[in-house]
Design a protein around this ligand. Sequence first.
Ligand code: K7E
Ligand code: CUA
Length: 655
Amino acid sequence: MTKRNALRIAAFSALALAACSPRAEQEPSAPAAAAGGNGSVAALMQARKLAEPDVTAALKTYTPTGVHDEYLMFASGGHSGQVLVVGLPSMRLLKVIAVFTPEPWQGYGYGDQTNALLASGNRDGQELAWADTHHPALSETNGDYDGKFLFIGDKANGRLAVIDLRDFVTKQIVASHLIESDHGAAFATPNTEYVIEPTQYPAPLGGEFAPIEQYDEKYRGAVLFWKFDRAKGRLDPAASFAIEVPPYMQDLADAGKLVSDGFAFVNSFNTERSYGGTLEGRPPLESGASQNDTDYLHVIDWRKAEAAVAAGKAETIAGVRVLRLPTAVAEGILHFIPEPKSPHGVDVSPDGRDIVVSGKLDTHATIYSFEKVKALIDQKKYIGSDPYGVPILPFEEAIRAQAEIGLGPLHTQFDDQGNAYTSLFLESKVAKWNLAEARVIEKIPAHYNVGHIAAAEGDTVSPDGRFLVMINKWALDRFHAVGPLLPQNMQLVDLSANPMQLLYDMPVPIGEPHYAQIIKADKLAPIDVYTPVGYDPIADARAADAVEATQERIERRPDGVHVYMTAVRSHFTPDIVRVKEGDTVHIHLTNVEQAKDATHGFAIGSHNVNVSIEPGEHADISFRAQRSGVFPMYCTEFCSALHLEMAGYLLVEPD
Ligand code: K7E
Ligand code: CUA
């Protein structure tokens, strides 16, 4: 038990003692307590039907006003295409970071900068108004979260985004045209040299067409290694590469660390290469893909791959340097090891020595020993090769142990005591097990189908233990009914309690938060204001059209009317904009304030104009004044006592 929890429990005991004293029993009557009034702890417990564990849970999570959380959790926003930022242990939602989809509050997708950013993720000119985000990945230094950047993928459209944690703003979206889908996942190498993005569903590389009957010959997967330029804070497509892999369905990945640094582990399912055809006399994909007892764990030596690419051994497909399968095999970059059928999670232990794989249809967590795997690779000890020539290492000689943990194991996390935690989807439990001994210690029930779990600093070389969040699919009976579409449910667990204790349920009503990472809050140092004034957060530079106070003006030019505008509590300058019907209008708007919290919004009705400008921020807004009329413009944040007066008019004169 940590010191802090011990203190909290001591505080609780004192309260409980007070509650049980005769004097306490004479405290206010039940109706007052039920209404929340001035009841004693005992009366409140009775009125609200709370048991002792409920009260300890409350004391462990209750965070008084003004007190900050100890951890921040970054959870994917699933179908919303966004990222949730949640404080632990309070489970308070602190922010929803707009990533792949428009978000009105942040004015994301309503101004020129964010429109261009979103458009950079379009595919073949198709505007994409949604994304399926799964696995966020925090940037790492020496295998530890460094609190600088966050990456998140889009499963549906095979995209990846970069969020800067200085301002919690999305800076870049990249979409490779090599692949059609990924797992919505990002995996960072220990020094964020690369962000790994494996495909999910195979297709011909480069967006070509091939009949599904040519699945074996023409369809492929790829594991992309996006080079991260830390100084620029952007992924560098020109320095990135991919490794072609067979048309199995690659799934999750994890980067090796410490002893296994330089390697990446990717699992796969459907090594049967089933492709469905339920109306064409073939079995559905799900049964076709479950025939074999094993699939293949892909072991990738990414440093060797990097060297092969540098030596010119890659082929360019759809603008991406690709190491084709024969090259990957010849260079000793890619090896397979059988893994129990239909695996899902692959997780490298904090010391980098174990690779834990869980198969959805197997009751074990299989622990591969990196040391053994490396020795087998060095000795070229193969039991054969797959149909694409990839050498296969012997399963029995590659594993250290198999832990019998339960039904439907999915994902594994680690603590600071040598324990692993694995979610059991079918059992709706999380198993705590000793990693060295591969022995289950205890299980805690999740309320329903638990998918991912996230532990504090759980993917690093030095996890914290303390807290674990179970991310459950659908909330069933946990909350008041809100119609047939159910929220998801994140459940906070105290790992320092023995046995583990469930502390809190948090409904998530905006999409399925597949995975999350939890970082110590003091590792983050976000800014309060943008400097210099006139800052464009997407370009990370002062905007070319930044406006200084006294420089405000309106200019008519061949490409339209340019309005150079400033915002300061509580007015816009200019506050009257006169244009002609049919004019294109470009508003260059700078918030010239430098005080923390001096945010302004800027909206014009009927024109889809809506931006949020934080202190020092600049935004450009372009639109066409289609119809003559009088259109109020106003600030959308209650920024001062005279906020309602922070308004003006767009006057569109008839042509
Ligand atoms: Cu939903 Cu990791 Cu994408 Cu498992 S994933 S649950
Ligand atoms: Cu500025 Cu309200």
